[in-house]
Write a protein that binds this ligand. Structure first.
Ligand SMILES: Cc1cc2nc3c(=O)[nH]c(=O)nc-3n(C[C@H](O)[C@H](O)[C@H](O)COP(=O)(O)OP(=O)(O)OC[C@H]3O[C@@H](n4cnc5c(N)ncnc54)[C@H](O)[C@@H]3O)c2cc1C
Length: 400
């Protein structure tokens, strides 16, 4: 695709120069001109009100997709335990199903996983596409993508949601390729466009500096992965009969190329930040042996967990499992205490839904104060140990 300017129609309003993310449109003698940075992304086309910007590609016709029905959620389970992101996806799935007037379904693959059906119903699934086979006992890319793509092709869902977990991030692109559809990864918001019924898939873009809302109007199912901890799992009354649609799996040895001999859970990896009620988080302001010690002491006094920002992980001061934010975990504790954290958008992406946020920072202009319920302006090396000592004293008084 190429972009051309009709100089007669251009009013020099600068809407296109502002909309272009690549700086490819400039004003020369009061008229827009395209330079060699243009990637033909089309951002300028939508903002130009005078039809001065022309592309040499005809607009694609959007198919009707009347036969595409249903909001589907892939059930991630390991050894028969359903990953909590599946329940969160069923939560947003209930909302999307109500907005589209379609049914919510789950896709469950595994071996000896009948017991998962009750949970899926409890969290809102009306139908479960269910496939059991010894070759599906452990997740494998080839077998899972083969069976799910067959089920999708035969039943034509409108929307397919997958958790943005390591398994989901492996499965979703394989499925998208097999099904020849688009995929929006790492969404943080999903909604239905009331004008045309398409799925609005919102995710951070350009390093988290903007939120991009993406649609897939030309293909079905509309596929998105969603990060764990972002959506809310919602139990339903479930006063209906769950419709279980059993599918037979035909797997060849090529479909299960990996033999899983043993599963060993890595010790100490799961810090449990996603379920912590209180989190005390260390930022670069606390990036010293002393600062980190103070943060751990406050977390211990409050019975909470320690989290951190990315620079502390990059400096090797704390492990990745403690990082909160766009490239870390999304947490929603009752109390989040940010110690020496500036409040970059990438960090806020992981903690701004906390119930109460307390920020301790020596810079009164730190953006973290913008999302904090309480702000403490001061040196964390004084505030944090004082805070911890006060909590400990109070706990001791209560015990007496
Ligand atoms: C693609 C991408 C993804 C990213 N993902 C993440 C992510 O997942 N998580 C994340 O956290 N970041 C992420 N980042 C990095 C992010 O942009 C910020 O750089 C980072 O969050 C800043 O961390 P900070 O607040 O600890 O440090 P800084 O921004 O340096 O802030 C330190 C703060 O400490 C305060 N301070 C200093 N000394 C004291 C003291 N003695 N007492 C009190 N306050 C003090 C300062 O006033 C300052 O506000 C990402 C960046 C990119 C580009």
């Amino acid at each position: 695709m190429e972009i051309f300017i009709s100089k007669d129609n251009c009013t020099g309003c600068k809407k296109c120069t502002k909309a272009c993310p690549y700086g490819a449109l400039v004003l020369i003698d009061g008229k827009a001109a395209v330079n060699d940075r243009c990637t033909a992304c089309g951002a300028c086309l939508t903002v130009c009100k005078t039809r001065a910007i022309i592309s040499n590609v005809k607009e694609r016709e959007i198919p009707a997709f009347d036969d595409r029905k249903g909001v589907w959620v892939f059930v991630e389970q390991t050894e028969g335990h359903i990953h909590k992101v599946t329940l969160e996806l069923l939560g947003i799935g209930q909302i999307l199903a109500a907005s589209t007037g379609q049914e919510l379904s789950a896709v469950l693959l595994g071996n000896n996983v009948y017991h998962c059906l009750d949970t899926l119903k409890e969290f809102g699934a009306k139908n479960v596409y269910f496939c059991q086979h010894p070759g599906l006992e452990n997740y494998q890319t080839a077998s899972y993508s083969k069976i799910i793509s067959e089920i999708v092709q035969n039943n034509k869902p409108n929307i397919l949601l997958i958790g943005a977990t390591p398994i989901g991030r492996d499965l979703a692109p394989r499925l998208a390729i097999r099904l020849e559809v688009g995929l929006t990864a790492d969404c943080t918001e999903l909604a239905i466009d009331q004008r045309d019924g398409t799925l609005l898939q919102t995710r951070p873009a350009f390093g988290g500096n903007v939120m991009a809302t993406i649609k897939s109007p030309y293909s079905r199912p509309q596929m998105a992965t969603v990060r764990p901890g972002v959506m809310k799992a919602t139990r339903t009354m479930g006063s209906y009969e769950l419709n279980v649609i059993e599918k037979k799996a035909h797997l060849s040895p090529q479909d299960t190329p990996i033999d899983v001999l043993e599963r060993i859970n890595q010790k100490g990896k799961n810090i449990g930040l996603e379920n912590a009620k209180v989190i005390v988080a260390a930022g670069r302001g606390a990036a010293s042996e002393k600062g980190i010690k103070f943060v751990f002491a406050l977390a211990e006094a409050l019975g909470g967990e320690v989290a951190c920002t990315r620079p502390l992980v990059e400096e090797g001061l704390l492990p990745l499992e403690r990082q909160v934010g766009q490239t870390g975990l999304v947490v929603k504790p009752e109390i989040y205490i940010a110690c020496g954290i500036s409040g970059a958008i990438q960090h806020k992406a992981g903690m701004s839904d906390s119930r109460y946020i307390i920020a301790i920072n020596s810079d009164k202009n730190a953006p973290i104060f913008g999302v904090a319920d309480w702000g403490i302006l001061g040196d964390l090396n004084e505030v944090v140990p004082t805070f911890a000592a006060a909590i400990t004293r109070r706990a001791e008084r209560r015990e007496k």
